[in-house]
Design a protein around this ligand. Structure first.
Ligand code: PGA
Ligand code: ZN
Length: 430
């Protein structure tokens, strides 16, 4: 196996015009790879810490030169001569050298840029596709899964909350093609509906702009109006709602939870947990959601338990801010039956190994797993391979528009083609 010759890093920009980290790994065989890391807006307080310079004179304090210096001067030199396929060991070493619970010293962003890069370098070296290599790492951790399909995509077509320039409180309104459809057909459906949503918004004079994840960010009277727009868009196609296509919602309620109350534009009065749960149950009666993410505040455990008791049989109740891709929080959610699905974001966990461990626990305990991007992204498509490598249930990469989102959907197209090819050649050989 080729060994690491150098690890170097630099400050680049993400899709929201904020600095982020790009790290390059060179092996002594001449293999050279890079990896870059995303950044959230709705950052959960339980995720690993992003190291930022906090120097107000540069990029409003968001520069990452300290992180880059750690890689170039401390961590990188420490890994020269090491075999990059020792992923688990190196990831554990990185977490140990950092030495803090939430990677405050080096930053989860710093560490993840190396961790992802190691996997990519090792995969290249072994002449494996990245998804196959991740699948083999997952097997090393004790989870043998065979790769048969591309996970079902969730398209975020209307952006509100912290991501939208419009006036909606809820963060993401999703279109979800039936998971029985092959990926290329789902992608086509997502794209056609995305364009239809735009048309409906234009006809209603509500088009405003696009949000951080490429979905439209309209001004509407209520949050529920966004569902009406989507329903209208579906009616303008041959697709059947509830059969070919479903809807989902990321409430991201931490954003409008203040002083024990949930305040949204649909209701004059701020609501206590029980009233907000009743509102969400009502909403589900009307729109039959497939998935409901972060319906309640991330520390409102009792509320989560109540909601999951009421809706968990019909709707996938997804913890994003609740779990923050943190194994301990996922274990707690399992014990308390607080949700039935988990969002997985590698940059909340800090290393690939830790991310795989979270997915492993979730899969063993029957949580539905969605591998997800962040609102601030780069053109790195690592998470597409991760999703396939562990055979998760869903992927959430934003709207099927904007380069940093599309590159991930396109990577899945290429993997889907690989898988079809393998299937055809294995049947023709037998
Ligand atoms: P974030 O949003 O990347 O801003 O955290 C994504 C999400 O909440 O799912
Ligand atoms: Zn979310």
């Amino acid at each position: 196996m080729a060994l690491i010759s150098s690890i170097t890093s630099r400050e680049i920009l993400d899709s929201r015009a904020n600095p982020t980290i790009e790290t390059s790994i060179l092996l002594d065989s001449g293999v050279a790879v890079s990896s870059s890391v995303p950044s959230g807006a709705a950052i959960g307080k339980y995720e690993v810490i992003e190291l930022r310079d906090n120097n107000k004179d540069r990029y409003m304090g968001l520069g990452v030169t300290k992180a880059v210096a750690y890689i170039n001067k401390v961590i990188g030199p420490g890994l020269v001569g090491v075999d990059p396929s020792r992923q688990v060991e190196i990831d554990e070493w990185l977490a140990k050298v950092d030495g803090t619970d939430q990677m405050e010293r080096f930053g989860g962003n710093t560490i993840l840029s190396i961790s992802q890069g190691l996997a990519r370098a090792a995969a290249y070296s072994l002449q494996m596709s990245l998804y196959q290599y991740i699948n083999s790492l997952y097997a090393q951790l004790g989870s043998q899964v065979s790769i048969t399909r591309v996970p079902a995509p969730i398209f975020n077509v209307i952006n509100g909350g912290k991501h939208g320039a419009g006036n909606l409180d809820f963060q993401e309104f999703h279109i979800i093609p039936a998971s029985s459809k092959p990926y290329p057909a789902s992608l086509q459906m997502g794209v056609e509906l995305y364009h239809r949503v735009r048309k409906v918004l234009i006809d209603k004079n509500a088009i405003h702009s696009v949000g951080d994840e490429g979905g439209y960010a309209p001004n509407l009277y209520t949050n529920l109006d966004a569902f009406e727009i989507i329903m209208q868009a579906v009616r303008n196609t041959p697709y059947q709602f509830g059969e070919d296509v479903f809807i989902g919602l990321d409430v991201a309620s931490d954003h409008f939870y203040k002083k024990d109350h949930y305040k949204i534009r649909d209701k004059q009065q701020a609501m206590r947990t029980d009233d907000f749960i009743a509102y969400l149950v009502d909403l589900n009666n009307q729109y039959h959601l497939l998935m409901l993410e972060d319906p309640l505040y991330g520390d409102d455990w009792n509320g989560w338990k109540k909601l999951t008791t009421q809706l968990g049989e019909d709707v996938i109740i997804v913890g994003d801010d609740l779990i923050a891709t943190n194994l301990e929080r996922l274990k707690k959610a399992h014990q308390e039956q607080a949700c039935t699905g988990v969002l997985v974001k590698p940059n909340q966990a800090g290393t690939l190994t830790e991310t795989l461990k979270v997915i492993q626990f979730a899969q063993k305990n029957n949580f539905k797993v969605t591998v997800s991007h962040r609102s601030g992204e780069t053109v790195d498509d690592f998470i597409a391979d991760l999703a396939v490598g562990v055979q998760c249930d869903y992927v959430k990469f934003g709207a099927p528009a904007r380069g940093e989102r599309v590159t991930k959907y396109n990577r899945l197209l290429s993997i889907a083609a690989d898988l079809t090819h393998e299937e055809t050649s294995s049947t023709s050989h037998s």
